[in-house]
Design a binder for this molecule. Structure first.
Ligand code: UDP
Length: 343
């Protein structure tokens, strides 16, 4: 069978670069497309090194440009597209909703419009556990009702889920869709050649931890220790980035090999293991032998108390499950920060 081609929009970013590595390892041809609005070339260069693919196609494209999107699909024989290209800062989305809705919706609509014009495609959308809001019951399954999003960013995820579902329905099986709902992706590739590269002050916990440990930030604020959880800090489902990337390979393979049971499917991508912020901080210190300067601070507005996945469906349907331990993940995150610091 000839090799299948996967277009990875936003393929030079944190998740996109790890997914590209795993797709290539699984034998796919990959086209990386990115407009580099929120990342530089570091991860793309890292991907080329890890895979030994100096010739890996890179297209500098803004998916908000419909003509450029059409041209990209005309240039390559694309069997599936994984759509990551989107703005992702929750706080910024609250301050600049128009920018977020315009970018995140337009780029996805352009991909779908092009797919429609070309007679169909397999489309994988990167959704988020944010669509579950503050769940009444944990763990959450794919059947857990979605809740109104608490930010424009979260809203774009819910809206894109609906847009894909409706588009699949209207296209009589020609467009197939998979929605992957990520929990909290953390860590880095074990090679320490690719990882998370936040611009400015990190919003997310693990980059904040590693930057504090390396001395770039003075002190980690742990937002709230009075939550109704065992140790008072929030609980999350922290999923290793390499495990998460592999879930995309399983999903793409399911699509291109015609193994889907419905034309639009949804899977949680998490470990099923809750970990509190405090437990994560303790594990980071222990596994890496570093002391972290941290203090308890007031709760952060909009934070959910506790959420973790029931990942059973991804395992029974796709054969995917997370395998990396939190120790391996936190070691990789630290190795990446040290690599960036030249240590
Ligand atoms: N968090 C924290 N200090 C930080 C960043 C995050 O205590 O500097 C906490 C945050 O309150 C939440 C958890 O870490 O309970 C995960 O936050 P993150 O922003 O990484 O992901 P989220 O779950 O909000 O998508």
């Amino acid at each position: 069978m000839s090799k299948k081609t996967v277009l990875v929009s936003g393929g030079a970013g944190f998740i996109g670069s790890h997914v590209t590595v795993e797709l290539i390892a699984a034998g796919y041809d990959v086209v990386v497309a990115d407009n580099f609005s929120n990342c530089d070339h570091t991860c793309f260069e890292g991907v080329k090194k890890i895979t030994g693919r100096e010739d890996l196609p890179l297209e500098v494209v803004d998916f908000c440009d419909a003509a450029a999107t059409d041209a990209l699909f005309a240039k390559y024989p694309i069997d599936a597209v994984i759509h990551f290209a989107a703005f992702k800062a929750v706080g910024e989305s609250v301050a600049e909703p128009v920018k977020y809705y315009k970018n995140n919706l337009t780029s996805f609509l352009n991909v779908l419009e092009t797919a429609q014009k070309r007679g169909g495609c397999n489309v994988l959308f990167s959704s988020s556990a944010t669509v579950y809001g503050e769940p009444e019951k944990v763990p959450v399954t794919e059947q857990t009702p979605r809740q109104p999003a608490t930010s424009p960013y979260g809203n774009t995820k819910t809206m894109c889920e609906d847009i894909l579902r409706d588009t699949v329905k209207a296209n009589g099986g020609k467009i197939k869709g998979i929605l992957l709902r990520y929990f909290n992706p953390i860590g880095a590739h074990p090679s320490a050649l690719i990882g998370e590269l936040p611009r400015g002050v990190p919003n997310n916990l693990v980059p904040y931890i590693t930057q504090t440990a390396i001395g770039k930030r003075e002190c980690l604020n742990i937002f709230g220790n009075d939550y109704p959880t065992p140790d008072g800090t929030c609980q999350r489902d922290f999923i290793d980035i390499v495990d998460l990337a592999k879930a995309h390979v399983y999903a793409v393979t399911r699509m291109v090999e015609g193994k889907m049971k419905q034309d639009c499917e949804v899977f949680n991508v998490g470990t099923g293991r809750p970990l509190s912020v405090m437990e994560l901080v303790n594990a980071f210190e222990k596994v890496n032998g570093v002391k972290l300067n941290y203090k308890f601070a007031p709760r952060r507005a909009g934070d959910i108390t506790a959420i973790w996945a029931d990942p059973t469906l991804a395992e029974t349907e796709m054969g995917w499950k997370a395998t990396r331990t939190i120790e391996e993940t936190l070691k990789a995150a630290w190795a990446w920060e040290c690599h960036l610091a030249g240590k």
